[in-house]
Design a protein around this ligand. Structure first.
Ligand SMILES: [Zn+2]
Length: 132
């Protein structure tokens, strides 16, 4: 292809590209890294608050019940955080091997809008809707 003026080649990229630009990929990568560090902080916090409640702790019956209820809520949150961390780390790996952003079901490119909303997406919206 002949050399095109900068503005025009950007325009053509937007119209015809099949794959994300490296700028978009960088943006998503940064987003993923940020979410991972946030989630790691909650992971540590939730790790602490989901420790077994020592029976020796002198708390009344009701507060102990509350503590147990809160612990199970935190355990559920912890499981979610861990699962999302896994997915995000997976997404970084896929960025490394070039399979990131391709729908696992239909093999089409997942639109940037979906990826920037849910950067760990493995499938595109039409496939996600079919699944339901
Ligand atoms: Zn798909």
């Amino acid at each position: 292809m002949r050399h095109l003026p900068g503005g025009l080649s950007v325009f053509l990229n937007i119209c015809y590209r099949r794959t994300m630009t490296s700028k978009e990929l960088d943006q998503l990568k940064k987003q993923i890294v940020d979410i991972i560090s946030e989630l790691q902080a909650s992971d540590h916090y939730l790790e602490d608050v989901t420790q077994p409640i020592a029976p020796s702790v002198a708390i009344g019956r009701l507060t102990r019940m509350e503590a147990i209820g809160e612990k199970s809520v935190n355990e559920a949150r912890h499981a979610n955080v861990k699962q999302r961390l896994e997915r995000l780390k997976n997404a970084l790996q896929r960025m490394g091997n070039g399979s990131y952003g391709t729908c696992l079901r239909c093999n089409k490119e997942i639109p940037f809008g979906r990826l920037s909303a849910v950067p760990e997406s493995l499938i595109c919206i039409p496939c996600a809707e079919k699944k339901r």
